[in-house]
Write a protein that binds this ligand. Structure first.
Ligand code: ZN
Length: 426
């Protein structure tokens, strides 16, 4: 009886601990993706605020800095949209983020413009293209890509390149370009500015009725000092070898004064994973030293990771293994392991743990992909994985990547799988 009681007490306590852990991850995701952090980019110092928050977490968990501080600063350049943005088609005011996104390379513009229209396939007709350029001075070109049916990949690519010429070539005298699409809007960041603005528009409209557009954009190319945040736990057996957990904390920030990109899955969830692992290994010191890197400026082109590999705080050849966490918040269909087919042995170990304990619906592998921060370590010969979760919500680089809709339903199991993986790593 007593034994039974004790058992159920332990079981209950275990469940309570799990709930608490998910509670911690939820708190991290909720905080970092909240409006106060402005999408963790460079307008209004959301990036600095996120960095301060993570340093405080490192501190309270008990991680140690490798040098005198957790921060490893680096400089960057980024194009930003700090103030009011407006796009009006005739008299219809469109909603930024929902109806349209601005091309990240865009420059400032303000005024009312006459609209020229083309279909995407017209770009392939040299006469039409020339005529558009010759008569386009001071006008806005709307390119309808919705019914474009290229006969092959080559034709599709050529049309795409010609569209880029219209958008980015400073000799094209158009005032702006609007690309009309029926595909999901996916934003990104740029570190340069083109001569004019462009927009990607997705809203049901009668294009034949459009006569003028009213545009207000204020773009500013700025210099900014961001930082990587690096802490560690000393290994209990072989402290001069390292296991590394890494995740980027930056996101896309503000598009105009009022529209922010929360980045709950990308990548507040990865930071939640990093901190959850740090909390565990602080309590149960690992065999090898464990390093935690929250990288900055991944979204501008892996800048923080690049800075780290060029100015490593630990010897890169002492890294036994590195795992980069980006998009850690779903998992209904399991996880995908980039470099899983490159590093067979650790991949098999990861999969075997999962087969034994059924943490996640699947552990899948793929080859190399230079699609997140791990890539720069991989290029330097550091053995590494980049792991992202599969299934669940499809929000990505848009205003819908929010805490409220991010499930985190597999988060506890996923973090337990990674704890087991790092603990057992030989
Ligand atoms: Zn990301």
């Amino acid at each position: 009886m007593y034994r039974l009681l004790l058992l159920s007490f332990l079981v209950l306590q275990g469940l309570a601990l799990m709930a608490q852990e998910n509670g911690y991850a939820r708190e991290i995701v909720k905080t970092l993706s909240s409006e106060a952090f402005k999408g963790r980019a460079y307008v209004g110092d959301g990036n600095k605020k996120a960095a301060e928050y993570i340093k405080n977490q490192f501190q309270s968990i008990g991680l140690k800095p490798i040098e005198e501080s957790f921060a490893q600063p680096f400089d960057l350049k980024v194009n930003t949209f700090p103030s009011n943005m407006s796009l009006k088609i005739d008299s219809l005011e469109l909603v930024p983020g929902q109806d349209y996104i601005i091309d990240p390379y865009s420059s400032s513009l303000k005024g009312n413009y006459q609209v020229l229209q083309l279909k995407m396939k017209d770009l392939l007709n040299e006469d039409i293209l020339k005529k558009t350029i010759n008569t386009g001075l001071g006008k806005v070109l709307l390119v309808d890509v919705t019914k474009f049916n290229p006969k092959d990949k080559k034709e599709e690519q050529l049309a795409g390149e010609l569209l880029n010429v219209l958008k980015y070539n400073p000799q094209v005298p158009l005032a702006a370009v609007i690309v009309y699409t029926n595909k999901k809007l996916t934003w990104s960041t740029a570190n340069m500015q083109a001569a004019k603005p462009s927009f990607i528009l997705n809203k049901e409209l009668d294009l034949s009725q459009i006569k003028t557009v009213d545009i207000q954009v204020s773009a500013r190319l700025i210099n900014y000092t961001s930082e990587n945040i690096v802490g560690y736990i000393e290994g209990s057996v072989q402290s001069d070898s390292f296991l590394v957990a890494m995740a980027h904390y930056d996101h896309l920030g503000l598009m105009g004064a009022d529209t922010y990109f929360p980045g709950a899955n990308d990548n507040a969830s990865g930071i939640a994973m990093l901190l959850t692992l740090a909390r565990h290994f602080q309590k149960y010191p690992p065999k090898y030293s464990m390093v935690f890197i929250a990288t900055g400026a991944e979204e501008i082109g892996l800048l923080g990771a690049r800075h780290f590999v060029e100015h490593p705080l630990i010897q890169l050849d002492k890294i036994k293994f590195l795992v980069n966490f980006d998009l850690a918040g779903t998992g209904d269909e399991g996880i995908k392991v980039v470099n899983g087919s490159v590093h067979q042995k650790p991949f098999n170990e990861l999969r075997q743990i999962n087969d034994r304990l059924h943490y996640l619906p699947s552990v899948q592998k793929r080859g190399e992909a230079c699609n997140s921060d791990h890539c720069l370590f991989h290029q330097k010969g550091v053995p590494c994985f980049y792991i992202y979760t599969l299934g669940g919500i499809k929000a990505y680089h848009d205003i819908y990547d929010r805490n409220e809709t991010l499930p985190l339903s597999y988060f506890d199991n996923y973090s337990q799988l990674m704890i087991d993986f790092f603990t057992q790593f030989e």
